[in-house]
Write a new protein. Structure first.
Length: 291
């Protein structure tokens, strides 16, 4: 672990920002959302479940000047394999507390650390007939720069399986960063996704992320729950909830969009209304094009 990893990070880590606005509004349930190009990063096995080419572009702004830029695309229709790529950049400014760096500063002294974390993920997938079952492997390249501690980089993988059951259920299982390289932004974890969509106008999702690597010997569990209802065939309204495992911080989320089979524009917001320092928030917008 680098020295940059000793600073307290915001409750929602870079890996969880894989969600585009579509999933942010549903409690970050990206691991079961076939309409979110962010699944290329979070659940590579989902790539083969799509029968089209999807391109998504999104961004966001959060409390403490956290900024997110994201691009994702996948193709599950033009060849015998599914291909996907995702690029995620997260910028923030941290102010270390006196306990973070003992002996590094005098009492009353203050300074800030500008941190940029980015990850490029490429996915190769395949699966069964009619795109009902998929297997994928994500290749991840991580880069982190800090004004206090310099730059660091690493890579890892994310094997994943996904499937569509009884036409209404989408499920996924992903092992994140199994290579023991000790990189602060790439802990060992297990992600699951479950989505029930009985009609085109209603869906419920339950995802989980189990962090097994940030603190050796400690398991940190993050549940995520979301619901989508369409008041019109083209206007989805979303609500969600999650509890971040490392910090035990709870978030609620809301979202709305305008979409059809070929295009969608979405907005989602994640809020911590119980914060004693004022409401923490992350606002996200994204555009999806399908062909």
């Amino acid at each position: 672990m680098t020295l940059a990893g000793t600073l307290a990070l915001p409750a929602v880590a870079a890996g969880m920002e894989a969600s585009m606005a579509t999933s942010v509004g549903m409690g970050d349930t990206v691991r079961s959302n076939p309409d979110d190009p962010g699944s290329v990063y979070a659940a590579p096995g989902m790539v083969w479940l799509g029968e089209r080419f999807d391109l998504g572009v999104g961004g966001g702004l959060g409390t403490d000047d956290v900024r997110v830029l994201q691009v994702g695309a996948y193709d599950g229709q033009t060849s015998n394999v599914g291909l996907g790529v995702s690029w995620l950049v997260r910028r923030l400014e941290q102010s270390p507390s006196e306990g973070d760096l003992p002996g590094w500063r005098r009492k009353g002294e203050s300074f800030s650390d500008q941190v940029e974390s980015s990850v490029i993920a490429a996915t190769v997938g395949g699966g069964g007939v009619h795109h009902m079952f998929g297997v994928g492997v994500g290749l991840r390249y991580y880069y982190r720069s800090s004004t206090l501690f310099g730059a660091d980089q690493s890579f890892n993988v994310a094997p994943s399986i996904a499937g569509i059951l009884a036409d209404h259920w989408t499920v996924s299982l992903t092992v994140e960063n199994p290579l023991p390289l000790g990189y602060v932004d790439a802990p060992l974890g297990v992600g699951t996704g479950t989505r029930w969509q009985p009609t085109s106008r209603f869906a419920v999702a339950i995802d989980t992320l189990t962090d097994l690597g940030t603190v050796p010997g400690e398991v940190r569990f993050t549940p995520m729950v979301g619901m989508e209802a369409r008041v019109h065939e083209t206007v989805p309204v979303r609500v969600g909830w999650q509890q971040d495992g490392p910090s035990q911080t709870q978030f609620v989320s809301l979202g709305i969009g305008a979409s059809n089979e070929s295009m969608g524009f979405n907005y989602g917001v994640r809020l911590n209304p119980w914060s004693t320092d004022g409401a923490e928030s992350m606002h996200r917008m994204s555009l999806r094009i399908s062909m």
